[in-house]
Ligand binder design. Sequence first.
Ligand SMILES: Nc1ncnc2c1ncn2[C@@H]1O[C@H](COP(=O)(O)OP(=O)(O)OP(=O)(O)O)[C@@H](O)[C@H]1O
Length: 299
Amino acid sequence: MAHDPAPRDQLPPTDTSSTPDVAAPAAPAAPAPVLAPAAPTVSSHGTGTPPALSVRGLWKRFGEKIAVAGIDLDVPAGSFYGLVGPNGAGKTTALSMSTGLLRPDFGTVHVHGQDLWADPVAGKRMLGILPDGVRLFDRLTGAQLITYAGLLRGMDRATVAERTTDLLEALGLAADADTFVVDYSAGMTKKIALASALIHAPSLLVLDEPFEAVDPVSAANIREILSSYVASGGTVIVSSHVMDLVQRMCDHVAVIAGGHVLAAGTVDEVRAGQSLEDRFVDLVGGRHTTEGLSWLRTS
Ligand SMILES: Nc1ncnc2c1ncn2[C@@H]1O[C@H](COP(=O)(O)OP(=O)(O)OP(=O)(O)O)[C@@H](O)[C@H]1O
């Protein structure tokens, strides 16, 4: 069970006890204009801003395998939230259920206070999603694919054209705008999928391993885009295996293993004075020696 404290900018002025030392991602000098998130369509119920994402009792079983075993999680609005866990922990399954892609066996999902599974269309309007192993319409060019995503979201053509140009530029894909996506490299494919998730400026971005296969310069560009996005009021959830990246980039983190949340809160709360990587290994365990692979030695 994990209930996050209010994000720093929502804490009462007298309460600095859970204020993390980690600096909020700095807004770049000139934030990309396309990336200001739209205001959520669901308002507060009068008791303060609801979390951008709130899940309760989320559960999913595949045959004998319990992939997600009753996860509770609150992602504060305006936070940059990292989701970490070992392979097979249940991150993708949890994110898929949290974004309307996979129906939970049990549990509820609220996006900015809106019950996602009760009204998926309303909930999904507020979401931008980069799913794991996404299948794209790869016989479209990069520019066509982003345009398609924008039109599918009901945006007008002029705005879609403007934002498509901005996104291709920001993600370093302008020179390949007219290349078919099927001919893109893995990293380029990831970036064009990210652009398609950003085009409608959602208030909540959920990105499953957005940096996988992406080169360092592109990764830095993406980090800057996402930080700027959070600075202007959006909420970002990223899953990643790169602890150092999560520690530097995110202000909140949840550690998931075996379908359970082992720890969640601000990055400083979770890492408790250690590096996030050391804390992760402490929480998750599972370090193996290589003694059993003695046959692998060549001499
Ligand atoms: N469609 C499916 N059918 C059967 N089992 C599944 C299915 N999807 C996931 N699983 C199982 O559920 C568990 C959690 O998988 P999931 O993909 O959510 O983990 P993950 O934390 O995202 O892992 P990774 O970091 O390796 O991507 C794994 O044991 C996986 O084999």
